[in-house]
Design a protein around this ligand. Structure first.
Ligand code: SF4
Ligand code: SF4
Length: 216
């Protein structure tokens, strides 16, 4: 390196230092140039597409388990039971945000779009258990027991209806005709007068004879 190169390096060092100091001076004196925030009183607003903590709107979740299957780090756990109407009922839905890497795959595959990223990113804790987000507030065992009871009741009702149907006469058969005086007689029996039985009745009373005496 000749003298010319040596002088060029000195000049370049002075120029870049001056440039850097000019920027430093501007940020130091200009109140519009904000460098730090008074966190936690002040916070940056995350961008629109920021992938923060996950949220599941369990009213829309169909328990399809797509998110569970696609998660690369297995941080979603889900329990569901089949209800009386054959639909799946969500018993528990947990996400371990301490393990989640916020890749967004679960959000992408969720068919009803019930799973979304929020703008949340602050969750300082000293207990790992607090990093597991529970989205179903009710106890899973209570939900399972309640659904099992509903399923049993629905099955019993269906069985009772089936038995009643089997006992009823098939459609199109004539209505049974009951003898007159039978409380179970149908409408026809009510309309028609009771027919006189043929022959002499065994214990019919004789009409009173003249003189007011009865037949022996
Ligand atoms: S964002 Fe990625 S790592 Fe986190 S729960 Fe969803 S799929 Fe799993
Ligand atoms: S993919 Fe969506 S609908 Fe399916 S279980 Fe996950 S959160 Fe629920």
């Amino acid at each position: 390196m000749g003298l010319k190169g040596y002088l060029h390096d000195i000049w370049e060092a002075v120029a870049t230092t001056a440039k850097g100091m000019r920027i430093t001076a501007r940020y130091g004196v200009d109140p519009r140039e904000t460098i730090t925030l008074q966190y936690p009183e002040e916070r940056w607003e995350p961008s629109e597409r920021f992938r923060g903590f996950l949220h599941n709107d369990i009213k829309r979740c169909t328990s399809c388990t797509m998110c569970v299957k696609v998660c690369p780090v297995d941080c979603i756990s889900l329990e569901s039971v089949r209800g009386a109407d054959k639909k799946l009922v969500l018993a528990s839905y947990d996400i371990n945000i301490g393990r989640c890497m916020y890749c967004g795959l679960c959000v992408e595959v969720c068919p009803p779009k019930s799973l979304t990223h929020t703008s949340g990113y602050e969750k300082a804790t000293v207990t790992r258990g607090e990093l597991i987000l529970h989205f179903v507030p009710e106890d899973a065992e209570e939900i399972k027991a309640r659904v099992a009871k509903q399923v049993a009741e629905a099955a019993a009702k269906a069985e009772a209806e089936k038995s009643a149907k089997a006992e009823a006469p098939p459609m199109g058969w004539p209505a049974p005709v009951f003898a007159a005086g039978n409380p179970g007689a149908g409408a026809d029996a009510e309309k028609k007068p009771a027919q006189e039985p043929k022959g002499e009745p065994a214990n019919r009373e004789e009409p009173p004879k003249e003189g007011g005496e009865k037949a022996e």
